[in-house]
Design a protein around this ligand. Structure first.
Ligand code: NAP
Length: 331
């Protein structure tokens, strides 16, 4: 087998394509021949030891994959050799072969190609859990998405529209704004790549102008940093602010802002919710496959790279250049 291994903490340039002995299937696992691997922001953090999961080195990053089952481990029921699966791997996905915990694999519908399947569960799973379970987003409400052209943000646009919300997509460039419009956003706004105090005030004003006098019912914050506070200031009465991610840093928020709007700051930890509520997760996946079959959601893959070029793919993501998803194809 081949794997892009992280042998020392550092950026994407530290990954090494390495030939390894073919693995044996482990008990409770499926051995999967990977066909495609989706990239996510945590991959860029994990290889630098900046993520909550710190696998022992050497290891291949890669938190989600799609491929074919080539061996079924002892104690696993319901899967056969040849089944197409997608799976959350946590790490290990940037490789030709990976042992997948059978409880973290999901059969792939016949109409879904490997590249879509490899970048489906993480972003749509997160955004569906956030909007449905955590925010309880309702039709007719206004949803503001920060970082709306990224992986989870783009999924939130489609899911927000499918739920009947008015969607305001906030991003750092006109190109990204046009991309969000194509995905169905009703309104877009462009914020600066660095936000000072004046920029924060201007952003708050822009949001209020687009949202109207009531304000925003739900904020989906996949960016954090200085962008969070202006969004909280634009909340409607009883608005909900979803804490999703911090590529721009972990914000500190004056709590009086929540009192003034009767609003809530709501944490979103999709990975933990999958473990705590497997039944709810299965229902959410069924919702998402139905939406995919109806054409209401579809991963927007803006770039694909071969496994050997995983470093270039990760650089796009850390340089804030990705629109939608980036996928590695594993031939
Ligand atoms: N809570 C959960 O359960 C959960 C689940 C999945 C992911 N996440 C988190 O959600 C966040 C987004 O993940 P993703 O995979 O969608 O990432 P992504 O595709 O890279 O999107 C992140 C967006 O953040 C914005 N951004 C602002 N400052 C940035 C910076 N310094 N570096 C990079 N991007 C920056 C960029 O949009 P603009 O350029 O338009 O600002 C970018 O499109 C990550 O923090 C990830 O860890 C959380």
């Amino acid at each position: 087998m081949k794997a892009m291994l992280s042998t020392a903490p550092g950026g994407p340039e530290t990954l090494e394509l390495t030939e390894l002995p073919d693995p044996k299937v482990q008990a409770g696992h499926l051995l999967v021949r990977v066909r495609a691997a989706g990239l996510n922001f945590p991959d860029t953090l994990m290889i630098r030891d900046l993520y909550q999961i710190k696998p022992p080195r050497p290891y291949a990053p890669g938190g989600e994959i799609a491929g074919d089952v080539i061996a079924v481990g002892e104690g696993v029921e319901g899967y056969s050799v040849g089944d197409r699966v997608l799976a959350l791997t946590g790490f290990g996905g940037f490789a030709t072969h990976v042992n997948v915990d059978a409880t973290k694999a999901v059969p792939v519908p016949d109409d879904m190609p490997y590249d879509d399947a490899a970048c489906f569960i993480f972003t749509y799973g997160t955004s569906h859990h956030a909007l449905k379970d955590r925010a309880k987003l309702k039709a007719g409400e206004t949803l503001l998405i920060l970082g709306a052209a990224g992986g989870v943000g783009a999924a939130a646009i489609e899911l927000g529209k499918a739920a009947g919300a008015k969607v305001i997509a906030a991003v750092s460039s006109e190109d990204k704004a046009a991309f969000c419009k194509e995905l169905g956003a009703d309104e877009t706004l462009v914020y600066p790549r660095d936000l000072d105090r004046d920029g924060q005030k201007a952003l708050s004003g822009q949001i209020k102008e687009l949202a109207g006098p009531r304000g925003v019912d739900v904020v989906y914050d996949a960016v954090g940093g200085a962008y969070a506070e202006p969004a909280i200031r634009s909340l409607a009465w009883e608005g909900r602010f979803l804490v999703v991610g911090f590529p721009a840093g972990i914000p500190k928020i004056p709590l009086n802002l929540t009192l003034l709007k009767g609003s809530q700051i709501v944490g979103v930890f999709w990975g933990a919710s999958v473990r705590v509520d497997p039944k709810g997760h299965a229902e959410n996946m069924a919702d998402l496959f139905k939406l995919y079959a109806e054409g209401k959601v579809k991963p927007r893959i803006s770039a694909t790279f071969p496994l050997a070029e995983a470093a270039q793919a990760l650089e796009l993501m850390q340089d804030r250049k990705v629109m939608g998803k980036v996928v590695l194809t594993v031939d």
